[in-house]
Ligand binder design. Structure first.
Ligand SMILES: [Zn+2]
Ligand SMILES: [Zn+2]
Length: 280
């Protein structure tokens, strides 16, 4: 049984500023969620994820200022509201397509809702609030295009030089993005670099720690554990998560390997509920 409380501490020295996560990669944090811009070889760029409701204006201004104009496309790691809420406005304003994994389409085309949040693991303010989060359905069909994964996909990816890694578990069609040239990994919500149940506290003061995906919204923890293992096996040196701060350095791959083992761990280990739930 996966252990949602598994975590692996990472030295503070690995924390990267959002403005320079890796070559051509910049991030923007809006409250507790990050979006990223990734420059392409052709000089254009791709926006990865679109943040919370009412974030579209901020993301648009930031992106155009930092990358010199609209992106060529938008890529969604998955369909949770904190990653897709700006998608319709941005796709409309920029006139660009939205790419997502086909298994995520039912949640992005108004056909299906995500399962209700799992309130047992974790604890903390975010978990207590999670029944109030919108679970969809959003309908982005007008702009949506399927992301190709696997062999041959490089030819049609909206982001040449990056592998689209299907990393399900948090959601069925969750993807991460990996650039073999410098071992940079955009992880979406496959795992976090902060304790996911306390994103708001984490915004003020946080020691970097690798954690599994936000437990209250992770549909299939066992599959999520396999995905963390898969990502650890890429031996990334730069981690750019949807939640938490970007990290870089030789240590991160060891700590991620550690998380992969711990997250997949035995039942009963570290499963006590968090202390914050009653207070929240
Ligand atoms: Zn998510
Ligand atoms: Zn998220």
């Amino acid at each position: 049984m996966p252990n949602p409380d598994a975590h692996s501490e990472v030295p503070n020295s690995t924390v990267m500023p959002m403005e320079s996560v890796a070559a051509g990669v910049e991030g923007l944090r809006i409250t507790f969620v990050n979006v990223y811009g990734v420059r392409t070889a052709s000089g254009s760029w791709v926006l990865v994820d679109t943040g919370l409701p009412f974030s579209a204006g901020l993301i648009r201004t930031w992106g155009e200022r930092h990358f010199g104009g609209p992106p060529q496309s938008i890529l969604l790691t998955h369909g949770h509201f904190d990653h897709v809420s700006g998608a319709a406005d941005l796709a409309q304003a920029w006139g660009v397509p939205l790419y997502a994994h086909p298994l995520e389409f039912p949640y992005l085309t108004g056909k299906k809702e995500y399962p209700p949040p799992n309130l047992e693991p974790g604890g903390g303010l975010m978990t207590a609030l999670s029944p109030m989060y919108p679970r969809g359905p959003v309908d982005l069909s007008r702009w949506l295009r399927p992301l190709a994964t696997g062999p041959g996909a490089e030819d049609v990816t909206p982001l040449p030089g990056w592998e689209i890694v299907h990393s399900p578990g948090h959601t069925p069609g969750h993807v991460s993005l990996f650039r073999p040239a410098d071992l940079t990994l955009l992880v979406g919500d496959a795992f976090c670099t902060t304790k996911p149940e306390s994103f708001f506290e984490a915004a003020i003061a946080q020691e970097p720690e690798l954690h599994g995906p936000p437990a209250y919204f992770t549909a299939d923890p066992q599959q999520a554990a396999r995905s963390i293992r898969l990502l650890a096996n890429l031996h990334p040196r730069v981690l750019a998560p949807g939640h938490g701060r970007p990290l870089a350095g030789a240590e991160v791959q060891d700590r991620l390997a550690q998380l992969a083992v711990q997250y997949a761990g035995e039942p009963g280990r570290g499963m006590e509920p968090g202390p914050n739930l009653a207070a929240a």
